[in-house]
Design a protein around this ligand. Structure first.
Ligand code: SF4
Ligand code: SF4
Length: 259
């Protein structure tokens, strides 16, 4: 998350602790919720669209724009700020209207997290740093945090658990296969990452289950449970993009890419 009109500084976290507090009493309250370049992860979108009672297609149309970031081959999604005043569409005079479902980037600030995924390892290697913006008065407060306390307080362990399998895909340097299959693969990446409702239709209204072996109880879960569907979408992406053995084809090995 970056405020595009402020100076942002990244500093190493010294001594493993930092002082910070954000509450309605700070003079800068909600000033950070404007002019943001706020990248949304699949789990961010799942939480917010459910909160708003929208399907993913409607959410993307109304609140998101697709961009390509330097060094990343896959399309990313940004939260659209209000075109008139530049504020986040979820900001109200009382603060964040989706607070319990706010994006991971809003939770994590003022901490930055860099993650790497060693080959063969399941867990991310993490590095944390402090992100300061000149308008943020939260650093003048006396509350002392360890990283662990902050991640717990902000519900970030769940967000990292849900998003890390996707981050591993996005940051992978595995080859994507022949050039001419790339547009179709990127389209499929977009659907499986951000448009979960469309991905569900793709699974249940194409010959997908004739081509891949998926047990009946898992299919039932995929029909009803968005989190299970999202995890399945990541397995599907690893299979279809990189040829990993995350799914079991039945006989015909041709891969349906979906719409
Ligand atoms: S203290 Fe920082 S994070 Fe909190 S409202 Fe102010 S600018 Fe935003
Ligand atoms: S989602 Fe909430 S916390 Fe995040 S920028 Fe918008 S109003 Fe602020």
């Amino acid at each position: 998350m970056k405020n595009t009109s402020q100076t942002t500084t990244f500093k190493p976290l010294e001594g493993g602790t930092f002082k910070f507090a954000c509450h309605p009493g700070v003079s800068c309250f909600t000033q950070c919720c404007a002019k943001l370049r706020l990248l949304l992860t699949p789990y961010d979108i799942l939480r917010i669209k459910r909160r708003l009672g929208l399907d993913s297609e409607r959410f993307l149309d109304q609140y998101a724009e697709s961009v390509f970031e330097p060094g990343i081959v896959f399309p990313m999604v940004l939260l659209k700020m209000n075109s008139q005043d530049g504020y986040c569409p979820f900001l109200t005079s009382k603060g964040c209207s989706i607070y319990e479902d706010r994006p991971g980037a809003c939770r994590l600030y003022p901490i930055g997290r860099a993650s790497a995924f060693p080959t063969g390892g399941d867990r991310a290697r993490e590095k944390f740093f402090i992100v300061t913006e000149d308008h943020c008065q939260g650093f003048r407060e006396d509350r002392l945090w360890t990283i662990d306390e902050w991640l717990n307080h902000e519900g970030m362990y769940l967000y990292n658990k849900m998003n890390d399998p996707w981050t591993r895909i996005v940051t992978s340097n595995k080859p994507l296969g022949p050039e001419n299959t790339l547009p179709q693969k990127l389209k499929m990446f977009f659907m499986a990452s951000y448009n979960l409702d469309r991905f569900r239709q793709f699974l249940f209204h194409s010959p997908f289950f004739e081509k891949f072996y998926v047990e009946g109880d898992i299919r039932l879960k995929l029909a009803r449970d968005d989190e299970a569907l999202m995890n399945f979408a990541f397995d599907w992406l690893r299979f279809a993009l990189f040829g990993e053995k995350t799914l079991t084809p039945r006989i015909d090995k041709s891969v349906p890419f979906g719409a």
